[in-house]
Write a protein that binds this ligand. Structure first.
Ligand code: UDP
Length: 388
């Protein structure tokens, strides 16, 4: 009855399901364990009518014209006129993040700042993006002094909260996501398109999955319907010969038999305030030297929603995922040991010719939304080419 099964209705699952249903003409069954689609992009109105991101702030940003055009079939956008801008609260002062030349001029007095700016431009070139761990290695003591300031005031404590480890201990790819910018650009991302779906992420996912060849079943754990042997996928106990695209946690598919893959999780503390504005001046403020939470997001500035009574904010408290009921694995912890464990699990799927792993969880990677949509489009293409 179904040609294809997709596990998970987040961005990876929804895009691959749509492509295979629409272009590939397949009957696609999407199994989603939650009671809603959209994965961690899911948003909804809280009891006060404020549109919130239930699983933490999600900002779509991309330079990929193809991905932007594709998703634009399913939504209009609220694109931020000035891009997404973040500040860090450092002992009560707000400084632009990523650290850039504006930040430099805020934290050093004028003459010194000018001198340091010239050195940075000479060393790296105007407009370049320098990972903090690389900046710290510079030979010039003046540049190392800036690096030390950024390390101590932007990265060290935030990273300790977020990962329970120092910037040295985590993958350089992670701190490299927020490089020092040798420019006067205050935007958090340098991508051309930055914003959120105009009416929210959830309607965009409804549009993606609204196709005559797609059936979505909510509240279904993959392991209730699928089992994997060394060379076959069983669906409801029968061998299934179509493609299976799995976007869930791979260790759980195999009962965590080699041990759990480590993740960081988050607790979100939502607070509704009976005032028009929380007055932090930005949609997101990072707390880089104080507090137990990493950041505060005020949703009305993230979503562009107007006319609500009051405002809703969220604080994020990271912790180590244990797999307990109700916990959510948000971030893979990238290091050699964890990746080796992941490879052990992946090895269990090596004998399956039409079984595909896609997404942050299934691939144990740190993807942005646009990169995920791109990978899903490419995978669908690859699958469809296989039959030609
Ligand atoms: N980071 C930091 N201070 C900041 C912002 C980021 O130390 O003010 C580090 C931290 O380790 C974080 C990583 O850079 O996990 C990546 O940040 P990003 O904002 O991309 O994380 P996400 O929004 O995906 O949680």
């Amino acid at each position: 009855m179904y040609n294809t099964i997709v596990i998970g209705a987040g961005i990876a699952g929804a895009v691959v399901a749509r492509e295979l249903a629409e272009k590939g003409g397949r009957r696609v069954l999407v199994l989603e364990q939650r009671d809603h689609i959209g994965g961690n992009c899911y948003d909804k109105e809280d009891t006060y009518g404020v549109l919130i991101h239930e699983y933490g702030p999600h900002i779509f940003h991309t330079n990929d014209e193809g991905v932007f055009a594709y998703l634009s079939r399913f939504t209009e956008w609220y694109l931020y006129p000035e891009g997404h801008q973040v500040v860090a609260n450092v002992n009560g002062s707000l400084i632009p993040i990523p650290f850039n030349l504006n930040t430099l001029h805020l934290v050093y007095e004028e003459e010194k700042a000018k001198e340091l700016e010239d050195k940075l431009i000479a060393a790296y070139g105007e407009g370049s993006r320098v990972p903090i761990m690389e900046l710290k290695q510079n030979e010039d003591p003046d540049i190392r002094q800036i690096a030390q300031y950024v390390y101590e005031n932007v990265f060290l404590r935030y990273t300790m909260k977020q990962w329970g480890q120092t910037p040295e201990e985590i993958s350089p790819e992670v701190t490299g996501r927020v490089p020092v910018l040798i420019s006067y650009d205050n935007r958090y991302f340098q991508d051309q398109y930055q914003g959120v779906p105009l009416r929210g992420f959830a309607p965009m996912f409804e549009g993606l999955l609204d196709h005559e060849n797609i059936e979505v079943q909510l509240g279904v754990k993959a392991t209730e319907r699928l089992s994997i042997t060394s060379d076959a996928v069983l669906f409801d106990g029968e061998p299934f010969s179509g493609e299976v695209i799995f976007t869930g946690a791979l260790d759980e598919l195999f009962g965590c038999k080699y041990g759990r893959l480590p993740y960081r999780s988050l607790r979100f503390d939502f607070e509704h305030l009976d005032q028009a504005d929380f007055q932090q001046g930005h949609s997101v403020v990072n707390y880089t030297v104080s507090e137990d939470f990493t950041r505060i997001t005020e949703f009305q500035y993230l979503t562009g929603q107007k006319g609500c009574d009051g405002t809703t904010i969220v604080r994020e408290y990271p912790f180590a995922y244990t797999g307990a009921e109700g916990e959510i694995p948000y971030y893979a912890i990238l290091n050699a040991e964890n990746e080796a464990l992941y490879e052990q699990y992946r090895g269990l799927t090596a004998g399956l010719s039409d079984f595909y792993l896609l997404g942050r969880l299934a691939e144990y990677k740190y993807y942005n939304m646009d990169a995920m949509a791109r990978k899903a489009l490419d995978l669908a293409e690859r699958i469809m080419e296989k039959e030609r």
